[in-house]
Design a protein around this ligand. Structure first.
Ligand SMILES: [Zn+2]
Length: 189
């Protein structure tokens, strides 16, 4: 069956890809690969069907009066670059200065996943996380720092193995307040 409908990518498309690499898609080790690869890509791109506003629903937990920076760091990031479909991965640190709306810490991880599980560039990923926090929590400040290794760069010798790309986005008071910025970076790194 041909799959000319380009909104679906079926078993035959994976087999064609394998053949184009010089492989025999019917050999034992590759027989199940189309199914496995399809399931893996569904997982790696699940973020397209997730809604940041649903993730960031706020609740009252007694933290409403907390008016200091909340910083969560070492949030795992697993994404794929939109230029090569190659993995990039690392960690995010997120900080915000609440005005009453607080989210559970696990929600921040889910928010990162929601945007990371799409085809991305690291700069946009960083901005999308920061913007959606600003929009849904209306905090006084938001800061996001992401450090990732990019396989498309490392494996092709454009970057040294282990080299990290660092991106950041500062919104609200963190954009202008130097002291607050310094506090955020000391907590986030
Ligand atoms: Zn790339």
């Amino acid at each position: 069956m041909s799959t000319d409908d380009d909104s679906t990518f079926g078993v035959n498309d994976w087999r064609r890809l394998l053949r184009s690499l010089g492989e025999d898609p019917m050999r034992q080790g590759l027989e199940e690969t189309p199914d496995r690869a399809s399931r893996a890509w569904t997982h790696w791109t699940r973020g397209y069907s997730e809604d940041p506003s649903a993730i960031l629903k706020t609740f009252s937990d007694g933290g409403e009066n907390y008016n200091q920076l909340i910083v969560v760091k070492k949030i795992p990031v697993y994404s794929h670059c939109e230029h090569h479909l190659a993995p990039f991965f690392g960690h995010a640190a997120i900080g915000y200065l609440p005005t009453g709306r607080i989210v559970g810490l696990s929600k921040l991880t889910r928010l990162v996943n929601c945007f990371a599980a799409r085809l991305q560039v690291q700069e946009r990923l960083t901005q999308q996380i920061a913007q959606s926090l600003l929009e849904h929590l209306e905090p006084r400040a938001v800061g996001v720092v992401i450090r990732c290794r990019h396989m498309c760069m490392e494996s092709r010798g454009i970057a040294v193995a282990g080299e990290e790309t660092v991106t950041s986005s500062m919104l609200g008071e963190l954009e202008t307040n130097q002291a607050q910025r310094a506090e955020f970076f000391s907590l986030a790194t």
